[in-house]
Design a protein around this ligand. Structure first.
Ligand SMILES: [Zn+2]
Ligand SMILES: [Zn+2]
Length: 445
């Protein structure tokens, strides 16, 4: 009653200021509709490179929010693949251009969340194998928040000027979606942005929170194929062979010295052998062993040295084992699967942190540690980071659940887990408010 009275007594001018929409009030208003969109996308996930229906839905929503929309944009290295990129331009007079990005693809994971809107989708992957599909990385929440952001910025047009480039990107999980859009002339056709902004849900961050890392936040990712070649023969007569299995074991151990002995300890570096295959039977020494590596770095000189060391050590060990020069290991860095490190421009990060603290409260903005994970959002910043960019985290987990798991010493379901289930409303809400307030800051009148 008291509150009612005091509101009634507010001068008209103040009351009209109060009635102005804000990112928060718009998030409240859009919440039911965005939740419905989220559930719809969650139940109908599509694999990387196959985002046909998802992209059509995002395009429809961007159009409804007042954007000039281009669909099926992008060119993959493989010209036979269709690219489902969506670009929505929202123009509002003179001013900077800000790129806002969401991803759209899901993963070949069998959902085990038990949710009423869980995915039961089965499809064929690119190899023709039947696979289940799940939005296990939260790209569905990103899309809902992205659509919410477009709606909010349309409603808030009196508060900003310039051009917003909404980019819904396919194939983030395979690391080639952003590159496909840039290769098709994203910046030639729609203009080079002054800033690029992206977000990703975080599987150990409380709902209502934004997390961000100034500087490097995600790593360079290189995929490396290695074939160690020897000379096979009978397992009982090793002296008549050059055993590629023993040689591979030596090479793998020697690679551990790249991070521990060749690299400056203050520069992050990971060399992981994720796959090794050789041989067919107990008593046969095979001709070759095949390995697949992931190599994670931040700085390009560290990356170049690590990749060179992998090659040098493999060949050096083979040579020491007496493998002839024409049977040296074949080391192939897969160029079109490279994902560059994501670098959050420190000045821009600082500016946005100040805005988020004002919008969400001091305690709800966390500076978080960088990770050796990867994100092709980095592509939008260009290799020289000349377009200032920030990719921030949005909290997706109930804080009580985080506390309970911590108490019990259990690991929360990570991104890509079949049990990963973000709490949708607050995850979408903080993504929408975080992105909308960031864009307003960069484009305010
Ligand atoms: Zn992912
Ligand atoms: Zn993801």
């Amino acid at each position: 009653m008291k509150l009612h009275l005091s509101l009634a007594l507010l001068p008209a001018a103040v009351a009209s200021v109060c009635a102005q929409p804000t990112p928060q009030s718009l998030a409240d208003k859009e919440s039911p509709s965005l939740l419905a969109i989220y559930k719809e996308i969650h139940s109908h996930p599509e694999l990387s490179g196959h985002e046909q229906k998802t992209s059509a839905m995002v395009a429809k929503e961007l159009r409804a929010a007042g954007c000039d929309v281009t669909q099926n944009f992008g060119k993959y290295e493989n010209p036979n693949l269709k690219c489902y990129g969506v670009v929505g331009m929202m123009k509002n007079g003179e001013g900077p251009t800000v790129l806002v990005r969401t991803d759209m693809d899901a993963l070949p994971v069998h959902e085990e969340t038990g949710l009423s809107y869980a995915s039961a989708v089965l499809t064929k992957n690119d190899e023709g194998k039947d696979v289940p599909v799940m939005h296990a990385c939260g790209h569905d929440a990103h899309m809902a928040a992205f659509i919410g952001t477009a709606r909010a910025l349309q409603s808030l047009k009196s508060q900003w000027s310039g051009t917003i480039m909404f980019v819904a990107q396919p194939a983030e999980e395979t690391g080639n979606g952003a590159r496909a859009l840039l290769k098709d002339g994203l910046y030639n056709r729609f203009g080079k942005p002054d800033y690029a902004l992206g977000f990703h849900d975080k599987a150990d961050l409380s709902t209502g929170h934004i997390g961000v890392t100034p500087g490097y936040t995600y790593a360079n990712i290189d995929m490396v194929d290695v074939t160690v070649r020897g000379a096979g023969g009978h397992g009982a007569y090793p002296h008549t062979t050059k055993d590629p299995i023993v040689l591979s074991a030596e090479i793998i151990n020697a690679w551990q010295t790249i991070a521990s002995r060749e690299n400056n300890p203050i520069d992050p570096l990971v060399v992981t052998v994720g796959s090794i295959h050789g041989g067919t039977k107990h008593n046969i020494i095979p001709d070759e062993v095949k390995m697949q590596l992931t190599v994670r770095t931040y700085k390009s000189d560290v990356r170049e040295r690590a990749l060179a060391a992998i090659d040098r050590i493999a060949k050096g060990c083979a040579s020491a084992a007496g493998v002839p020069p024409d049977r040296m290991p074949i080391v192939t860095v897969i160029k079109d699967q490279f994902t560059p490190a994501t670098y959050n421009n420190p000045d821009l990060t600082k500016r946005l942190v100040a805005v988020w603290k004002k919008t969400l409260g001091e305690a709800n903005v966390d500076l978080v540690d960088p990770t050796m994970g990867g994100e092709d959002f980095a592509e939008y910043s260009l290799p020289d980071h000349s377009i200032p960019a920030v990719d921030f985290h949005i909290g997706a987990v109930d804080p009580e659940k985080i506390a309970q798991y911590k108490k019990e010493g259990k690991q929360l379901p990570s991104l890509h887990s079949s049990k990963f289930a973000p709490v949708p409303e607050p995850t979408i809400r903080v993504g929408m408010i975080g992105m909308t307030s960031a864009v307003l800051e960069l484009m305010k009148k």
